[in-house]
Structure formats: structure tokens, C-alpha cells
Design a protein around this ligand. Structure first.
Ligand code: M6R
Length: 370
């Protein structure tokens, strides 16, 4: 069942082009318009939504954070992301005009389920983004957008994460389309860009995987690894850190790169490995230049900089000890590519340390207790 891979996790990392492709499948009509038949919530209700709250835990919550950037940009609907176990206990302001998006691979996470129930009690409609057909969260939700990643066996989530992000993009673009947003051209461009992602993910696997594996085996003795990202690269950084904690038992932290000077830069010392996820140099604003200057700052303080950047981005070379290039993509879609080297890194490092990659200590695949 592992298709010849040493672990389910490694197999599932390789399943990702298909996971993303299958999640997109059948959701575009012949005119390139999105058809999400599963969203059985009245369109007038969806048009009246004035706030979106994404609730989830762990990796699914990082998918939610990526979703926030995309949904707010495309739909101009204020969007919050909250850990499901925190959401319920802060007396959240949720009502009939709130759309709650519950993201869960298993559909059985108790914290998320309880948050769904709480939101529904306040009158909110709930859309579940879920990978497990017929599980509890989609059964109780008002609508479901299934991710078609196939069963995920490894405790550390990989392909479900990419599929969740893909489904969230579809939801965001669907809402933008439904609400007649003025971004019509952007919607069709994004849909075409999404269709191109499976092949680009495959390229990361083909071209970058061997380099990342080599780096990982040489870093078996790392005591702590930091991850920096900005905009959608921030949740990617958090996800990279979580993977490493979960399966390689290495202390790891993800930071927003802009936060570095507000404290974490004090951690940078000679030889400290730091992954940096660099936004596209073609993106808006000056984010790229800012992140490059972050790399420069930490390198000057002795960090070992491991940079994930877009192909053709030569500006990062000067300050990077290692660079992994991923194919070009619109900034909002970059997490589908930039996450992959981080997953490979954690998987390879954990394997090199002799750990059970699929069944890390103290963890269960689905957390059905609060
Ligand atoms: O099944 P869910 O998506 O609701 O699970 C949520 C988290 O428990 C899960 O993502 C967890 O963080 C993974 N082990 C991450 O690799």
C-alpha cells in the first residue's frame, strides 16, 4: 500500500499532485466557471454573508490561514481564522450573516465539531472542508466541500493540507463569482493557474526532492530549526515547523518574518538553521525585498539560511546557504509549492533519525477528545 515508499508519509507527499488535481476535478464547467454543486446553501444567504470565520486545529488551521489571505483578497469579506478550541470559549460574535468554514481532514476532530455546533447554535451557516466522506463534521455542517486527497494514513498531514488549501481557494473564488465581484478576470486567471498546479507540484518533487533530502540527512543533529515567512508564507512557515516537531521531535518555530526584529532575532546565533519562504519577486508591494533583507540580517548574525524561492529569483542567492527553487505561481497560490520541500525535509530528517515517521510518539491521527 505504500507503493514502494518507505513510509506512508513519503507516499502521501508524492500523492500531492493527484490530491490537488482531484480536488479541482469536476468543479469547472466548460466555460471555465466554477460550479460547486455541493454548496447547498441558498445563494441569497451566501450573498448576504458579512463575515467568514474559519475554524480548525493544527495543520488544518494553517490551511485556514492561507484561505484567509485568498478569501479576503478575492471576496472582500472580512475573514478570521481561529483555533476551534479557542473559538468557543471567547463568546464569539457569530450570527446568521456569518459563514463558518470548518476545515478538518478526518471530520472527527472533537474540538472542531464542538465549534461547529456552537456556531450553528448562534445561527451561522457552516461549510465543512473535509477529506473523509460521511464523517461527523460534514454530516452536521450545512454544506460540504470534499477534498479528494484519498485516505491519509500518516499522522503528519501532508496531502490533506494541500487539498484543503485548494478547496479553500475554490470556495473563495466561488463566493467571489457569486457575489459578482469585479475581479472577473482575476477569477478566471486564478482558475487556470490552479489547474496548472499539479504539474508544478510534480516538478518540485522531481527536481527539488533530492536536494532537500541531502540537506536533511546532514542535519540530523540540529537542536532547533526556525521558519520565517510573510503573507501566505507565514502559515507555510508554521506548517514547516509543526511537521518537524511532530515527526522529528526537533524544537521548531514558525514566525512572521516581519516579527523578527520584535524579538525572535535574539535567537539567531552562529549556525542556527533558518528556513525562509520568500514571496514571488513579481508579487505586489515590496514584500519580496523585505524578506530578502530579513535573510541578509539573519545571515549577518551567523544563521544558516535555507531559502525557498521562486525560480529565477537570483536576489536571494547572495545571502542563502542553500536555495530551493519552486516554479513560478501567483503569490496566493505559492503555499501549494513552498510547503512541499518542508514536508520532505521533516520526513527525511525523521527517517534519518530512525523514528517511526508515520506513527509519531504521543499523537493520534484523529483527535476525538476535547
Ligand atoms: O482531522 P483534522 O484535520 O481535523 O485534524 C486536525 C489536526 O489534529 C491535524 O491537522 C494535526 O495537526 C496533524 N497531525 C498535523 O500534521
Amino acid at each position: 500500500e505504500k507503493d514502494g515508499y518507505p513510509s506512508f508519509m513519503e507516499k502521501e507527499i508524492h500523492d500531492q499532485p493527484a490530491a490537488v488535481g482531484d480536488t479541482l476535478l469536476g468543479r469547472l464547467d466548460e466555460n471555465g466557471r466554477l460550479t460547486l454543486d455541493e454548496i447547498k446553501i441558498d445563494e441569497t444567504v451566501l450573498r448576504s454573508i458579512d463575515k467568514i470565520v474559519v475554524i480548525a486545529c493544527g495543520t488544518a488551521a494553517y490551511a485556514g490561514q492561507v484561505a484567509r489571505y485568498a478569501i479576503e483578497h478575492w471576496c472582500r469579506i472580512p475573514t478570521e481564522v481561529e483555533l476551534a478550541h479557542e473559538f468557543r470559549y471567547r463568546d464569539p460574535i457569530v450570527n446568521e450573516k456569518t459563514l463558518v468554514v470548518a476545515v478538518s481532514q478526518s471530520g472527527e476532530t472533537m474540538d472542531t465539531l464542538m465549534a461547529v455546533r456552537h456556531a450553528q447554535e448562534q445561527g451561522a451557516k457552516v461549510v465543512a472542508i473535509c477529506n473523509t466522506n460521511g464523517s461527523t463534521i460534514p454530516r452536521e455542517a450545512d454544506a460540504v466541500l470534499y477534498t479528494h486527497a484519498g485516505p491519509e494514513i500518516a499522522v503528519a498531514s501532508t496531502k490533506a493540507f494541500l487539498a484543503q488549501i485548494t478547496a479553500a481557494y475554490l470556495l473563495g473564488l466561488y463566493l467571489a463569482q457569486l457575489r459578482g465581484n469585479k475581479f472577473k478576470d482575476e477569477i478566471s486567471t486564478m482558475l487556470a493557474e490552479l489547474e496548472a498546479m499539479p504539474a508544478k507540484i510534480q516538478r518540485v518533487l522531481d527536481e527539488v526532492e533530492p536536494q532537500v533530502k541531502e540537506l536533511a540527512t546532514g542535519m540530523k543533529d540540529a537542536g532547533s530549526v526556525l521558519f520565517l515567512g510573510r503573507h501566505v508564507g507565514f502559515p507555510v512557515a508554521m506548517e514547516g515547523a509543526l511537521k518537524l516537531k511532530e515527526i522529528a521531535y526537533i524544537h521548531a518555530e514558525g514566525f512572521a518574518a516581519g516579527e523578527l526584529k520584535h524579538g525572535p532575532i535574539a535567537l539567531i546565533d552562529q549556525g542556527q538553521p533558518v528556513f525562509v519562504i520568500v514571496p514571488s519577486p513579481n508579487g505586489r508591494d515590496s514584500l519580496h525585498a523585505k524578506v530578502v533583507s530579513n535573510i541578509q540580517e539573519i545571515r549577518a548574525r551567523g544563521a544558516e539560511t535555507i531559502v525557498i524561492a521562486e525560480e529565477g529569483d537570483d536576489a536571494v542567492r547572495e545571502f542563502a546557504n542553500h536555495v530551493f527553487y519552486v516554479p513560478e505561481a501567483p503569490t496566493l497560490l505559492q503555499p501549494l509549492l513552498a510547503t512541499v520541500p518542508l514536508q520532505i525535509f521533516a520526513c527525511e530528517l525523521a527517517g534519518a533519525k530512525g523514528y517511526d515517521v508515520d506513527q509519531p510518539r504521543n499523537l493520534a491521527k484523529s483527535v476525538t477528545v476535547e
